[in-house]
Design a binder for this molecule. Structure first.
Ligand SMILES: C=C(O[C@@H]1C=C(C(=O)O)C=C[C@H]1O)C(=O)O
Length: 175
């Protein structure tokens, strides 16, 4: 049987989040800040364009990608804090450049937008949030995510189900 579309959404999100440690290592090595607003704008604009091509509401892609970005920064900041206080925990290998890992992020974004487009009926179902939570838990177990990454995965998926996330209509979001 084909994978449940919400499972594919959770998998694509985890795949994207899995790049956060490499991004954090590059920034740690170069002293670059975690926040890169110009790159974020680029990611969101690309996501909107990909969504339009896939028959997905660009506003949905933008909300979900904004959560992906926030989740990546959650992991990056947490790792930087750990590395600051625990030299032994610092990455041992010299990371490659940002360009390579951003290529992986772009590929994950294409998969994520395709999965979101395919999951339109599941997103509209009243059981969306409950089903997505089950899929997210499976992915977290499958990928053996630690607490930090499990929580970040939940953050990254917060706007997938209409009405389930902090950015849902009627719920005020900061900024
Ligand atoms: C992942 C990065 O770090 C942050 C998160 C981004 C993202 O998740 O796409 C984009 C820019 C940065 O603010 C990055 O710099 O590529």
């Amino acid at each position: 049987a084909p994978a449940d579309p919400l499972h594919r959404v959770a998998q694509a999100s985890e795949r994207r989040l899995a790049t956060a440690a490499d991004v954090a290592a590059v920034k740690w090595a170069t002293g670059a800040p975690v926040d890169d607003p110009a790159r974020e704008d680029e990611v969101l604009a690309r996501g909107r364009a990909l969504a339009a091509g896939a028959g997905l509401d660009p506003a949905v892609a933008e909300r979900v990608l904004a959560d992906q970005i926030a989740a990546s920064k959650t992991v990056q900041r947490a790792l930087h804090r750990r590395w600051a206080v625990g030299p032994a925990s610092r990455p041992a290998t010299e990371p490659g450049g940002l360009a390579g890992v951003r290529g992986e992020i772009d590929a994950a974004d294409r998969a994520l937008v395709a999965a979101l487009a395919a999951a339109a009926p599941q997103r509209d179902a009243p059981a969306c949030a409950r089903r997505l939570a089950v899929r997210r838990t499976h992915v977290a177990l499958e990928r053996r995510l630690d607490g930090l990454r499990s929580r970040a995965l939940a953050q990254s998926l917060a706007s997938v189900c209409p009405g389930a996330g902090p950015r849902a209509p009627g719920v005020s979001a900061p900024g």
